[in-house]
Design a protein around this ligand. Structure first.
Ligand code: ARG
Ligand code: ZN
Length: 858
């Protein structure tokens, strides 16, 4: 069935109070739910109540203390007739957490029990109106054997606990804040905690616990620091304070997503909790900081103000992603963080927006909501709110968000509520801007600067491409931070915010000097593609002189992208190609030599656009040609700058390990140097990588070196992979890296490696991190996935078919790479499509995978 946004109606009943009783067992957990229900005066009255269920059977149903057997089932849901205005319903169910491989609802992970309820997992625990606009106060009693479950946790505060003579114990938890069922959580297991305290701005003392398996507690320090920084930052930046005396985080190894913001009891993928220098890269440290912050910020943007229905998902996710991005900008290098975020947007969201799965940040319909936890809802959603912030400035933005929190505290709100609060609180007119919520597709902007006497005129035009179900679009407001440089002085006359609101527009800039150079969409102020009519010389100028770090990065990227587009199309003569490569290499050479750059930023500037992103910039892509040309460019740069890279590597290797920006920057450019060296002079590069591997005293250096070695042939590759495996055997997160380093490698034998690794004793389809490390690594490895034989497509289709019955939510995520078939050259395209058709024909496909495959073929 298709669920439509326009069909929203409020639920007929309110459920002010919920009492849950869990008798816990790994294979059998007995759940008694006592629901107080009252007619919702805001809704049309109904003689029955529909309680959602998924793979549940009611063992007993009682209304007002009397057993009833007049209930009926409808598509998994329980329908109970309720004659009056207020009743108490008691329902008993029994579930098997150990058999729950979908990891939605209550499931077992390494002998512990935990929950994931967003979006619709609560209905796998007990029958309930499992929708975000039904808010209740929850009391939870849980009991189980002390031996198996020494720690018993749920949302809110621990009220009472006790022990029985038979070896069981129990705990009673109460969460005073009304919440929807998707924020419910329960954890029971053998866990140890890192405990700390945080004093809020108003003086409340909060106990913070991070629960992990014994032996992992030494790797929780960074997560704890990140949590306390997040709490302080949200007070200072958004005026938001924590509202319970307890903040619990639990790390689990089997988890479909990154983490979950359950009220007072966040459940996290271990990947976003555990970090130390031996086992986690600098990128992993940032991931922990960002996700800890994200889940913490949800306490206000998500929990105190929640969503009316799942079409409003971006209300909490887009806003919370923006909040975590701004936090990370403040904790480290703001420009580098901005570049990373734009890279994620372009790598994941742009392809979504230009493919068969395109949808607005506020979708209009869905079959399976899990399929809409997308880069569009999350990352483009964040960009849309960031544009509002750019248009009004940080102070007014704070007033707007302040009004939003105040106005909707305790409510299940809509995106429209947010926009209205921004209008009223920040003084913005967002009438036309609302199109960003309803129209899918990445706007394409063209920009041309024309000299006119002393002035220059900027001519802009926009086009919003058609997307499935949205054939024609209206022009959107596009806020572009713009500066006009004078090539002679190297300066500009001040940045302006130019907002294009029509299909075309012209903007005049006075006194621009003799040779003006256009710097536009600075800081990536609008999530658009930009084709600007500028010469390569202008790009080289901006790459060296732009005072906006993002614009500087962008100019260099555009130079490379422009060249590779020409090279791939075959329209370049050998001479032109060589001189273009040389020009790019010398621009990179200036980056290496520029003392005004810190290494973190230098490292960003050195990253070549990915093959996936390059493909995205072309109407129809030939992945083989893209790979060849990009690899050849990298070799040319490596060869031309070999000594400079070697010198940089040596300089950076002298910096001792720490988490300072300087040391992190040094590690970043070190591995960049290895990549270019290995491309330009393979023997020297390999030897340096081997040396770096052996000298490594941290995972960043070790993984960087192993990545380079994994792409090469020979005994060093074998030895390094073996050493890495033996060194980290037993550490699941690091063994994940071992799998993904091989599946992402540039080695020509990747497909065979992946097939062999699927039979490795450490591989299992039951653990999403392991599945992603082997197969997501492979699916983004463009050269391997797009092998002309079509074998890469078959590998992914086989995986989807094998995983779908076990974990449909994760299986469905692998459809996306095959879904790009319309944008790939005809031979490969046909092979991709054939695999999608093969999946579509499989009997018993989950709703998750079925929806994605049919949209992809659509
Ligand atoms: N709300 C969580 C977060 O972004 C993600 C939960 C996703 N769950 C799902 N079933 N797709 O922090
Ligand atoms: Zn979130």
């Amino acid at each position: 069935a298709i669920i439509r946004r326009e069909d929203y109606t409020p639920f007929a009943w309110n459920l002010p109070e919920v009492h849950l009783h869990f008798e816990l067992g790994l294979e059998e957990t007995h759940v008694t739910a006592k629901l107080s229900v009252e007619r919702n005066p805001q809704a049309e009255a109904s003689p029955t109540i529909r309680l959602n269920g998924d793979e549940l059977e009611p063992q007993s149903v009682a209304v007002d203390g009397e057993q009833v057997d007049s209930w009926t089932m409808d598509d998994g849901d329980l329908l109970v007739s309720l004659p009056g205005d207020a009743h108490e319903i008691v329902i008993e169910t029994t579930i098997n957490p150990a058999a729950n491989t979908k990891l939605m609802g209550l499931f077992a992970s390494n002998g512990m029990l935990c929950t994931q309820c967003e979006a619709e997992g609560f209905r796998r625990i007990t029958f309930f109106p499992d929708r975000p606009d039904v808010l209740s106060v929850y009391s939870v009693r849980m009991s189980g054997t002390k031996a198996a479950f020494p720690v018993l946790l749920a949302n809110g505060n621990l009220e009472e606990s006790g022990e029985e003579a038979d070896g069981t114990h129990w705990a009673e938890w109460h969460d005073p804040w009304p919440k929807p069922s998707y924020l419910f959580a329960l954890v029971a297991g053998d866990l140890v905690s890192n405990t700390d305290t945080f004093i809020t701005a108003s003086g409340r003392e909060v106990t913070c616990n991070i629960y992990v398996r014994e032996g992992d507690e030494g790797r929780t320090g960074h997560a704890m620091e990140s949590l306390k920084k997040s709490m302080r930052w949200d007070e200072e930046t958004f005026g938001r304070e924590y509202d319970l005396d307890l903040y619990n985080i639990v790390a689990v190894s089997d988890f479909n997503m990154g983490a979950m913001e359950n009220k007072g009891l966040n459940v996290f993928n271990t990947k976003y909790v555990l970090a130390d220098e031996e086992t986690a890269t600098d990128g992993d440290f940032d991931g922990v900081e960002g996700v800890i912050a994200h889940e913490y910020f949800h306490n206000w943007s998500g929990n105190r103000v929640t969503c009316r229905d799942w079409f409003q998902l971006s209300l909490k996710e887009g806003f919370t992603v923006l909040r975590d991005q701004l936090f990370s900008q403040d904790m480290g290098s703001a420009p580098v963080k901005r570049i990373e975020d734009v890279r994620v947007l372009r790598g994941a969201q742009f392809p979504e927006d230009s493919g068969p799965l395109a949808h607005p940040i506020r979708p209009d319909s869905y079959r399976e909501i899990s399929n809409f936890y997308t880069a569009t809802v999350y990352n483009k959603g964040a960009e849309v709110i960031r544009m509002m912030r750019t248009m009004c400035g940080p102070e007014r933005f704070r007033q707007g968000t302040g009004l939003y929190f105040e106005r909707h505290d305790g409510e299940a709100a809509t995106c429209e509520d947010f926009v209205k609060a921004m209008e009223d609180g920040a003084g913005l007119d967002l009438t036309q801007f609302r199109l960003w919520y309803s129209q899918a597709g990445t706007p394409k902007i063209t920009a041309r600067l024309e000299k006119d006497g002393e002035d220059a005129v900027l001519h802009l035009s926009q086009e919003v491409p058609p997307t499935p179900g949205q054939e024609s679009k209206s022009p959107m407001p596009i806020p572009l931070r713009t500066a006009i440089f004078d090539r002679e002085t190297g300066k500009h006359g001040g940045e302006q915010l130019v907002t294009l609101t029509e299909a075309q527009g012209s903007f005049r800039f006075g006194n621009v000097g003799a040779s003006p150079v256009l710097s536009i969409n600075r800081g990536f102020s609008a999530p658009v593609t930009m084709s600007r009519d500028v010469s390569d010389e202008d790009l080289v100028f901006l790459a060296a002189h732009d005072d906006d770090p993002f614009a500087r990065y962008e100019a260099l990227q555009d130079l490379v992208v422009g060249h590779l587009q020409h090279a791939v199309s075959g329209e370049l003569s050998d001479d032109d190609r060589d001189s273009a490569r040389e020009a790019i290499a010398s621009a990179i050479g200036s980056v290496l030599a520029d003392d005004s750059l810190d290494d973190l930023m230098r490292g960003e500037l050195l990253v070549l656009p990915t093959e996936g992103y390059l493909a995205e910039t072309m109407a129809i892509a030939d992945p083989g040609r893209i790979h060849e040309e990009r690899a050849a460019l990298r070799s040319a740069i490596g060869a031309q700058l070999e000594d400079q890279f070697a010198a940089m590597h040596e300089r950076a290797s002298a910096v001792p390990y720490s988490l300072s920006a300087e040391a992190r920057g040094a590690r970043k450019v070190k591995t960049q140097a290895l990549i270019y060296m290995a491309a330009g002079n393979p023997d020297r590069g390999k030897a340096m990588a081997w040396e770096q591997y052996q000298a490594a005293d941290n995972m960043t250096d070790r993984q960087g070196a192993l990545m380079v070695l994994a792409g090469a042939d020979g005994i060093k590759r074998t030895n390094a992979l073996l050493d890495f495996y033996n060194r980290f055997k037993g550490n699941a997160l690091v063994i994940d890296k071992w799998f993904s380093l091989q599946s992402m490698s540039t080695h020509p034998g990747v497909i065979e490696h992946v097939k062999a690794l699927a039979d490795h004793p450490e591989f299992t389809l039951k653990n999403p991190n392991r599945v992603r490390s082997l197969y997501m690594g492979f699916a983004v490895n463009q050269n391997a996935f797009h092998d002309p034989s079509g074998e890469g497509y078959r590998v992914i289709a086989d995986l989807i078919l094998a995983l779908d019955p076990i974990n449909p939510q994760t299986a469905a995520r692998f459809v996306t790479p095959l879904g790009r078939w319309r944008r790939i050259e005809p031979d490969r395209s046909a092979l991709m499509k054939a695999q999608l058709e093969r999946i579509a024909k499989a009997p018993g496909l989950s709703r998750d995978t079925h929806e994605q495959v049919s949209r992809s073929l659509g």
